[in-house]
Design a protein around this ligand. Structure first.
Ligand code: FAD
Length: 321
């Protein structure tokens, strides 16, 4: 068995393919074989971008009509597989929607899932994924055994998206079958958090604050600096747990993984769980009053100083430009 048929769970809300989808398509396309994007909903205008990143075929479920997304999409995937188009490998993003669909699909197909992966390789009919453990200190390589489809989920930013593939992008309908008793549960409301500026996990500049800010009101300095630099504000878990900022700001093992061009950590100690979420940033600037703080171990530029002095000076200097 070769790995000829690779599916990617695709998210294309509002006709725009998510960055995570394009990352996975790019990696899938590098593995050889034919790549299919399986869209939860309608591909719409995103179809061109999916094809440009390697999707030769695009399945779309169409409107989910209030059905639970994980239940509906996994059932649609299973119906296509039962219909004869059975993938050798299915790649999911490690996010809420990806987890929801893959766990249900795993049960329906009676196949295991390897989660939290950051890389994948194919050698003939052998598929291996790499998973960081102990906060990234060790990498475990796991190889699937038995029958496919093999199912794996990948952390955001594991791969660089690259367009220009120019695959066919044939759009094929994959309607949601009757969901039985599960169809009795429907989505009654969706809350979309209002944000301005770039998304935390897509911003070129991220300015994060930690407990060293001293009090919640001081987070305003972080937001102002992020705004001036056209970036996104982020946070350590300490201040999320303290209720200073929402969980959506959290960077780290149990938050978001970011890889901006510039990451500024202000008043953050650099715990392992924080650093796994930001150490892939291209340039790291740390501001901390303790010169022994672990964050300086990964910083390209370290400023030993009080955030209450350094940040206002930085804002003043930027305002004067
Ligand atoms: P602290 O560790 O308290 O550090 C504050 C820093 O500010 C210190 O280095 C201090 O020197 C400095 N400081 C103090 N005053 C000033 C000042 N005036 N000027 C400059 N510097 C100053 N953490 C995350 O961030 N993300 C995660 O996803 C995450 N997941 C976790 C998952 C698990 C299972 C566990 C157990 C923990 C997790 N944590 C996570 C928590 C993590 O271990 C740390 O507790 C947390 O990152 C610490 O946040 P902090 O650096 O803001 O606070």
């Amino acid at each position: 068995m070769a790995i000829d048929n690779i599916w990617v769970f695709a998210q294309a809300d509002g006709g725009t393919a998510s960055t995570g989808t394009l990352e996975l398509l790019t990696k899938a396309n590098s593995l050889g074989g034919t790549v299919t994007a399986f869209v939860a909903g309608s591909a719409g205008d995103a179809a061109a971008s999916l094809a440009d990143h390697g999707a030769a075929k695009i399945y779309e479920t169409g409107d989910l009509a209030g059905a639970l997304p994980g239940a509906a999409v996994s059932a649609a995937m299973k119906a296509v597989i039962d219909g004869g188009d059975s993938p050798d490998l299915i790649m999911f993003p490690q996010n809420y929607e990806g987890r929801d669909v893959m766990s249900r699909l795993s049960v329906k197909l009676d196949r295991t899932v390897l989660t939290n992966s950051t890389d994948i390789s194919v050698d003939g009919d052998s598929v291996s994924v790499q998973t960081p453990i102990f906060g990234g200190a060790k990498i475990v390589t796991s190889t699937f055994t038995g029958e496919g489809p093999f199912i794996a989920a990948f952390r955001p930013k594991s791969f660089e998206p690259a367009g220009g593939v120019g695959a066919a992008g044939e759009v094929v309908s994959a309607p949601v079958p009757d969901l039985g008793a599960t169809g009795g549960a429907t989505v009654t409301a969706v809350h979309v958090e209002e944000t301005s500026g770039p998304k935390l996990d897509e911003a070129a500049v991220v300015v994060s604050g930690g407990r060293g800010l001293g009090e919640s009101e001081k987070f305003e300095m972080i937001e102002t600096l992020a705004s001036v630099l056209k970036g996104a504000p982020g946070a350590s878990r300490a201040i999320v747990d303290a209720g200073w900022v929402p969980y959506s700001y959290q960077v780290g093992q149990t938050g978001k993984v970011v890889k901006p061009t510039v990451y500024i950590a202000a008043g953050i100690s650099g715990a392992t769980q924080h650093m796994v979420g930001m150490k892939g940033s291209k340039n790291i600037i740390a501001i901390n009053k303790d010169k022994e703080a672990p964050i300086f171990g990964v910083a390209d530029l370290g400023i030993v100083g009080d955030v209450h002095k350094v940040l206002p000076q930085l804002l003043e200097a930027l305002a004067a430009r």
